[in-house]
Design a protein. Structure first.
Length: 261
C-alpha cells in the first residue's frame, strides 16, 4: 500500500495548498489513502465542519486532531456523525468521537490512532503509553496501525516510538510544525519521525505572523496571533509504501513550497 501522512494543516493557506497539490501527489505517487492532521485547519485552531468537509473533498481519507481539538465548539455537534475524524484518544473527560478508528482500503484494514503527549503540554491527559497499549491489547488486529502522536518533546516521541516498535506500523510526531530530519525505522520495524511538519504559511513562525511572536517573546507584550498571509505556503508530509506484511519498505519526507495567493 502507498500512503501519505500530511502534517498539521494550518488555516486557509494550508487548505488551499492541500487542494492544489494533493491530487497531483496522489497521481504521481500512486497513493491508496491519505491521512492528515487537521487540528489547526480552521483559522489556525480547531476544525469547523465546513473545513472538515472541504478537506475530505480535497482527497483526505482520515483526519487527526491534537491539543486544539475543542477550539471550535461546533466540533462537539458533528464529531459523532463523522467516520473519518479521530480526536485524541487519551482525554481525561468524556468527549464525543473516537480516538482510534479503522479505515478499509482494498481489503486491507488500517487503524489510525491520535494521542496527546504529556511533556510541556497544557492538557490534562491520561498516560499516552497506557492509552496506546490498551488499544493494541483490546482492539482487533489490523494490517496497518498508524499513530499520530501529537506532542512537543522529541524525547517523549522517541520513547513512544521505541516502546511500541514492532507493534505498530508507524508513529509520527505532529504539533511542533517543523519537519525534522530523522525519518527512520526503529528496530527495523516501526517507521518514526519526531515531527512531520506543517502545511500552512511558510514565512511566519509555526504559521503565525512573525511580528506577533517576536513582540510577545521579546517585549513580553500580549499579542493576538494572526496567520502569516503573504501566500508563501509549505506542504509537509511523509510518503510510505508498506509491503504485504505491513512493513514500511519505501519512505521519504516531502516538503513542498508554493505561492498560493
Ligand atoms: Fe498542536
Amino acid at each position: 500500500m502507498k500512503w501519505l501522512f500530511i502534517g498539521d494543516i494550518v488555516g486557509s493557506f494550508g487548505r488551499i495548498m492541500v487542494a492544489k497539490h494533493l491530487p497531483k501527489l496522489k497521481e504521481s505517487l500512486g497513493l491508496d489513502f491519505v491521512i492528515a492532521n487537521a487540528e489547526n485547519a480552521s483559522h489556525g485552531k480547531g476544525l469547523m465542519r465546513k473545513h472538515y468537509e472541504e478537506l475530505l473533498a480535497s482527497g483526505i481519507d482520515v483526519m487527526t486532531l491534537g491539543n486544539h481539538y475543542n477550539a471550535k465548539g461546533e466540533i462537539r455537534d458533528y464529531l459523532d456523525q463523522t467516520v473519518s475524524l479521530v480526536r485524541p484518544l487519551n482525554l481525561k473527560h468524556s468527549y464525543p468521537g473516537v480516538g482510534t478508528l479503522v479505515l478499509k482500503v482494498q481489503n486491507q484494514t488500517i487503524r489510525v490512532t491520535n494521542i496527546l503527549g504529556q511533556a510541556f503540554m497544557n492538557e490534562e491527559v491520561q498516560n499516552p503509553f497506557d492509552a496506546l497499549q490498551n488499544v493494541i491489547e483490546k482492539e482487533p488486529p489490523t494490517n496497518l496501525h498508524i499513530v499520530d502522536f501529537h506532542a512537543e518533546a522529541t524525547g517523549e516521541k522517541y520513547a513512544m516510538g521505541y516502546a511500541f516498535s514492532g507493534k505498530i506500523t508507524a508513529l509520527f510526531g505532529t504539533h511542533t510544525h517543523v519537519q525534522t530530519n530523522d525519518l527512520r525505522l526503529l528496530d527495523q520495524t516501526t517507521l518514526f519521525i519526531s515531527d512531520v511538519g506543517m502545511t500552512g504559511p511558510y514565512n511566519g513562525i509555526l504559521g503565525v505572523k512573525k511580528e506577533n511572536i517576536i513582540q510577545r517573546l521579546w517585549k513580553q507584550e500580549k499579542t493576538v496571533y494572526e496567520l502569516a498571509e503573504d501566500g508563501e505556503t509549505v506542504l509537509s508530509a511523509i510518503f510510505v509504501e508498506t509491503n504485504q506484511q505491513g512493513l514500511p519498505v519505501t519512505f521519504k519526507t516531502i516538503l513542498l513550497t508554493d505561492k498560493v495567493k
